[in-house]
Design a protein around this ligand. Structure first.
Ligand code: TXA
Ligand code: MG
Length: 327
């Protein structure tokens, strides 16, 4: 199979919709990261998604709907707090876990009775969803354990020859995945931090709990390079410099991911700038991890950030990319 990258013209979106309707797989942009789509009610197509991503079947897939009304056909019941979140944050970088309706096959949901649903805030994705007229699974379009793709080229690097089309919508606006929340329990639990911060969610529905990270995180989002990251504290820059210098002495090609404001402090060491703000950092992180591979770095040392707003999600991705190697 030849994988083609397509400009998101009306005709090409139609080609992709038709491909999906015939059981094909198409990657497309969302505002968080690129998605690997298949029609959610087509168990055979969904099975291919697991195969192509190399994903274990007990890890369920998120389902996307084109508009809020459709969520009520994908889910059996929608608690009040979920309704509020749907109204406030969808389309957007939030996914809610609900009791699944019978039309969603259990392969999608990892054998559980729940389904995670979102509405992507991206025009191309929404046009495609509307044309298809059925829910579409939207896992990130990377092979398992690789950083999520934020460019069409990242998808091609991972899935070339394995899927039909990639719609090219340029760089993903947010750059990390959606926040996942389960509102079936009280207080609701944030299962994965992401594009919508806990602070914003709590403004709408009051207190939420966060699922604690496992003490030994399973490595994910990882490039081939070894990733280390420093906790955020006053001595962070000095800490990173001394680790960098030790690694370079050992002959490792090393690069630091830092905020622009700290760049000067690293002198002539190799740095990738993650931008000015935490939003920029989130937007650039996965692309920079992939760039480290393209440029054959052995070691990436990433700056930590404060655990506030989207910083919480950045820390979560860094813990996982590093397999917990905090310096
Ligand atoms: O922003 C996003 O959510 C992106 C875009 C492409 O839609 N998708 C994404 O999908 O990050 P994926 O497959 O890479 O991650 C989905 C996460 C997994 O951690 C999975 O365990 C969780 O969602 N998940 C899916 N269905 C669930 C369910 N019914 N209950 C709990 N967690 C669920
Ligand atoms: Mg993923």
């Amino acid at each position: 199979m030849k994988t083609q990258i397509l400009e998101p013209t009306a005709i090409n979106i139609m080609r992709c919709a038709n491909k999906l309707k015939c059981g094909g797989l198409v990657a497309f942009p969302t505002e968080t990261v690129y998605a690997l789509g298949a029609i959610a009610t087509d168990a055979v197509a969904v099975e291919r998604v697991f195969a192509v991503k190399g994903r274990s079947h007990d890890k369920p897939l998120i389902v996307a709907a084109p508009k809020a009304e459709d969520i009520y056909t994908i889910a059996k019941s929608v608690p009040d707090k979920a309704r509020i979140l749907i109204e406030k944050f969808m389309p957007g970088a939030l996914t809610v876990v609900l009791d699944k309706a019978d039309c969603i096959p259990s392969i999608v949901t990892g054998g559980t009775d729940t389904v995670a649903v979102r509405i992507p805030d991206n025009e191309i994705a929404l046009k495609l969803l509307k044309m298809v007229g059925k829910p579409i699974v939207v896992p990130s379009a990377n092979t398992s354990d690789r950083p999520s793709p934020t460019l069409a080229q990242h998808v091609l690097n991972d899935l070339d020859g394995k899927i039909d089309y990639i719609l090219d919508g340029g760089a993903s606006k947010i750059g990390i995945e959606s926040t996942i929340i389960d509102t079936r329990v009280e207080p609701p639990v944030v299962l994965r931090g992401g594009g919508v911060s806990n602070e914003l969610i709590e403004k709408e529905i009051g207190k939420v709990n966060c699922r604690r990270e496992r003490p030994t995180p399973i490595s994910a989002y990882s490039p081939d390079a070894e990733v280390l990251f420093s906790a955020f504290y006053d001595g962070m820059v000095d800490n990173i410099c001394s680790h960098y210098d030790r690694r370079v002495e050992r002959g490792n090609k090393t690069v630091i991911i830092c905020l622009e404001s700290n760049r000067k402090a690293y002198g002539d060491r190799n740095v990738f700038s993650a931008g000015e703000t935490y939003e920029d950092y989130a937007h650039n992180l996965f692309a920079l991890l992939r760039r480290a591979d393209t440029e054959h770095y052995d070691i990436v040392i990433a700056e930590g950030v404060k655990a506030e707003g989207i910083g919480v999600s950045i820390i979560n991705r860094l813990v996982r990319a590093s397999g917990g190697l905090i310096i």
